[in-house]
Design a protein around this ligand. Structure first.
Ligand code: ATP
Ligand code: MG
Length: 282
């Protein structure tokens, strides 16, 4: 099983929407997928319409504080191949309870057992902070994916995320790798979105996903119906983009990159390279 944390300390950038739809898209492709809700807001759990009374008995909190193992908290969803370990507000208490516990950064990792090996992928939806919950997620992961909103201040905060990941890799989890950076809520009609894409691309190169996620109300709507957007309206632009991102995610998990020619038509050409061979675009 490959474990990937979806992280960004900034709120509202599309972490949960990405976890649900990337997970849903992978499940549609026949992969067996486990989504772990590591955010006390519980948005992933409500976005998949998990019964609140079930969340009391099956909760990532129990595994984190050592009451049981992760596998005992797995719930089915309405989507074939897609499973979830839910959370709710109780999880906020875990951060406090773990403060004095030895090796508190490894509590999530310790709760993984071989029973989970029949999943192909686990995606961990992290809270908007780089605190103990996110550190636990990174310690238990093979990789991390950073969704970033297509806005002017997008790059602010990226250095903090990368520094945290570097510290975790150095001190806690040497196998941790960056999966990539995914631009979300992209407005194909706005020059600002294109400019942000261009700037980030110049800064991070092909660490940026070739595909971006457009801003589409259907994606927001689907969450309120408790169904991943890729199932709710598979033909909408948002859903199709997440399917493309899932293909790219699988390639990246094998250490490969998608060809630039496969990127979406509305994206600007790649920025000028250092030797100036390509035409400047902006
Ligand atoms: P938090 O940090 O609070 O956990 P988050 O990073 O998980 O937030 P989401 O909850 O996924 O962010 O998204 C924030 C809001 O933006 C939600 O209302 C969601 O429905 C909406 N949203 C996310 N992605 C898109 C999109 N591509 N198009 C339109 N709306 C979107
Ligand atoms: Mg969220």
């Amino acid at each position: 099983m490959k474990v990937c944390s979806v992280i960004n300390q900034k709120g509202g950038v599309g972490k949960t929407t990405t976890t649900i739809n990337l997970g849903g898209a992978l499940a549609l492709m026949g992969k067996k997928v486990l989504l772990i809700d590591l955010d006390p807001q519980g948005n992933l759990s409500s976005g998949l319409d998990i019964d609140p009374s079930l969340i009391e008995s099956k909760n990532v909190y129990h595994a984190l504080v050592g009451q049981n193992k992760l596998v005992e908290n797995v719930c089915e969803t309405s989507v074939k191949n897609l499973y979830v370990i839910p959370s709710d507000n109780n999880l906020a208490g875990a951060e406090v309870e773990l403060v004095d516990v030895k090796a508190r950064e490894f509590k999530l990792k310790e709760s993984f057992t071989e029973h989970l090996d029949n999943f192909d992928f686990a995606l961990i939806d992290c809270p908007p902070s780089l605190g103990l919950l996110t550190i636990n997620a990174l310690s238990a992961s093979d990789s991390y994916l950073i969704p970033m909103q297509s806005e002017f201040f997008a790059m602010q905060g990226l250095a903090n995320i990368l520094q945290t990941a570097k510290l975790v890799k150095r001190g806690l989890n040497p196998k941790l790798e960056e999966d990539g950076i995914l631009l979300t809520m992209f407005d194909s009609r706005s020059n600002l979105s294109k400019q942000v894409y261009h700037e980030i691309k110049q800064f991070v190169g092909d660490r940026l996903y070739h595909n971006v996620i457009p801003r589409r109300v259907r994606l927001a709507e689907s969450t309120s119906h408790g169904i991943p957007g890729v199932i709710y309206d598979p033909n909408c632009m948002g859903a199709r983009s997440y399917i493309e991102v899932a293909k790219e995610f699988i390639l990246r998990s094998q250490g490969l990159r998608m060809q630039p020619s496969q990127k979406q038509a509305f994206l600007p050409p790649d920025p000028v390279d250092r030797l100036g061979k390509k035409e400047p675009t902006i």
